[in-house]
Design a protein around this ligand. Structure first.
Ligand SMILES: *[C@@H]1O[C@H](CO)[C@@H](O)[C@H](O)[C@H]1NC(C)=O
Ligand SMILES: *[C@@H]1O[C@H](CO)[C@@H](O)[C@H](O)[C@H]1NC(C)=O
Ligand SMILES: *[C@@H]1O[C@H](CO)[C@@H](O)[C@H](O)[C@H]1NC(C)=O
Ligand SMILES: *[C@@H]1O[C@H](CO)[C@@H](O)[C@H](O)[C@H]1NC(C)=O
Ligand SMILES: *[C@@H]1O[C@H](CO)[C@@H](O)[C@H](O)[C@H]1NC(C)=O
Ligand SMILES: *[C@@H]1O[C@H](CO)[C@@H](O)[C@H](O)[C@H]1NC(C)=O
Ligand SMILES: *[C@@H]1O[C@H](CO)[C@@H](O)[C@H](O)[C@H]1NC(C)=O
Length: 394
């Protein structure tokens, strides 16, 4: 039996601040009030990327009340959502901006049985610019039978005032319960580098329609630990970083924002482990998912850490060391230990769940939000590279 997990969520509700054709920013606000299911977040991350799901994680993730108890004051940042408008007149939806997928899909008036949430839906029938693509469909499905899918529309999509005409909007006719447990999110806004669409026939990606509208073909991500966060499109904002940007080229044939890192260490030791580890930079995954080898070496530094069906846990009173990864040309990024505390359980062991977890044997690592909070990140669409720069950390 797993004790009820109890924690608080700090959800970032993003609002638009700046609309200048060709360059714009999407800003974050601080919010509380929704307790996610931690096991399910981990399960979804593994399923999204095809990792082996540890024995027992399905069962733990299926416990409905997991995570829905009263909050204790352990703050964490699970997800970042931004307002994007769809259709004419504009319908505002809170979307998950996801560099780890390439489709834009939404809960809509076509979605059946969506009684899980309190989210806004997309109503294509109320949009003068909506046009359904006959016989086009999309589907996302996972090994445990959970799935989402539906119809494909073209409509006007507007992000911070920049209008994307005939954007491909995938409207869900069904979303299984497991995929709809986040009551606020209205959909996913994919920003992956290359297109790996879930729709047939294939239509142009929204990013490919957005990219020519930008002054400079890039966007930047500044996720912050327990504070306002920001996505900026079409320009580099020099006040976002305090050291020059170091660019890392994408791997040949990269579909996602996939690069490699060349070393790591824990606790700022002098000991570096060297190798070439492929990794995907993914704003849509909360955790930092790494090969077993690295995860074990990290938690070896944490007093009392142990592996549970839900992932690596440790006594909340143990101090988490910093985690550093290095890229070619000797460039390093250090994730402060305090960022790696994902959440606290209110159980007899006073245990906490770590933000670094095993990647379930997938052939790459996932540099999710836990990592991204430690850097200013630049997604260079035309240049095919990702840049990292040191920023003021809080
Ligand atoms: C983007 O381009 C527009 C039109 O050329 C220009 O007015 C605007 O100042 C540019 N923005 C930036 C940040 O360069
Ligand atoms: C933690 O759980 C105990 C026992 O169930 C309960 O009495 C206590 O109020 C909980 N603490 C918080 C902060 O929720
Ligand atoms: C649902 O949303 C409405 C409107 O935003 C709000 O008034 C209401 O409190 C929300 N209900 C829940 C359960 O979050
Ligand atoms: C859509 O599918 C139906 C049934 O398979 C077919 O009769 C129809 O011609 C198709 N329409 C288009 C535009 O492809
Ligand atoms: C959008 O699609 C409609 C219908 O196919 C077409 O008439 C219109 O010209 C398109 N607009 C743009 C800007 O591509
Ligand atoms: C650049 O970033 C700073 C700090 O986050 C922000 O205050 C400013 O508005 C941004 N500039 C633009 C043009 O968005
Ligand atoms: C890498 O950087 C570290 C710290 O700046 C320095 O001590 C080390 O000599 C550098 N190594 C190489 C191979 O340049």
């Amino acid at each position: 039996m797993v004790s009820p997990l109890v924690f608080s969520l700090f959800l970032f509700l993003l609002s638009l601040v700046h609309a200048d054709a060709g360059s714009f920013a999407v800003k974050a606000k601080y919010n509380t009030g929704y307790a996610p299911n931690a096991a399910r977040s981990y399960l979804r991350a593994l399923q999204k990327w095809g990792g082996d799901v540890p024995k027992g994680l399905y069962q733990v993730a299926a416990i409905k009340d997991e995570g829905s108890q009263d909050a204790i004051p352990t703050k964490h940042d699970r997800e970042y959502l931004s307002h994007i408008t769809f259709g004419t007149p504009a319908q505002s939806l809170l979307m998950d901006l996801d560099t780890g997928s390439s489709d834009v899909w939404v809960f809509s008036s076509e979605t059946s049985d969506d009684d899980n949430g309190n989210r806004s839906h997309y109503y294509p029938e109320q949009s003068m610019t909506a046009l359904q693509i006959p016989n086009a469909t999309w589907e996302i499905s996972y090994g445990d039978g959970s799935a989402a899918g539906g119809n494909v529309w073209l409509d006007l999509v507007s992000i911070a005032g920049v209008e994307i005409q005939n954007a491909t909007v995938e409207s869900a006719t069904y979303v299984s319960e497991e995929l709809s447990d986040d009551p606020i999110m209205s959909g996913v806004f994919g920003l992956a580098y290359n297109y790996t669409p879930k729709m047939r026939p294939v239509m142009p990606s929204v990013l490919s329609r957005l990219s020519p509208l930008l002054n400079t073909s890039l966007f930047t991500v500044d996720l912050k630990w327990h504070a306002d966060s920001e996505y900026e499109f079409g320009f580099l904002n020099s006040s976002k970083h305090i050291e020059p940007i170091h660019f890392v080229p994408l791997m040949d044939g990269a579909k996602y924002w996939e690069l490699s890192f060349t070393k790591f260490n824990a606790a700022n030791s002098k000991l570096w482990y060297l190798f070439n580890w492929p990794a995907i930079v993914d704003t849509g995954t909360t955790l930092l998912l790494l090969p077993t080898y690295i995860v074990e070496r990290y938690y070896k530094q944490v007093t009392g850490a142990y592996e549970s069906p839900m992932g690596w846990k440790y006594p909340c009173k143990s101090e988490l060391p910093d985690f550093t990864i290095g890229f070619a040309s000797n460039y390093t990024v250090t994730v402060p230990g305090k960022y790696i505390n994902y959440l606290a359980f209110n159980d007899s062991k006073d245990s906490c769940l770590g933000g670094i977890q095993d990647n379930g044997g997938i052939e790459f690592s996932i540099l999710g939000d836990i990592f991204l909070k430690a850097v200013f990140a630049v997604f260079d669409i035309r240049g095919g590279q990702v840049g990292f720069a040191k920023k003021e950390l809080n």
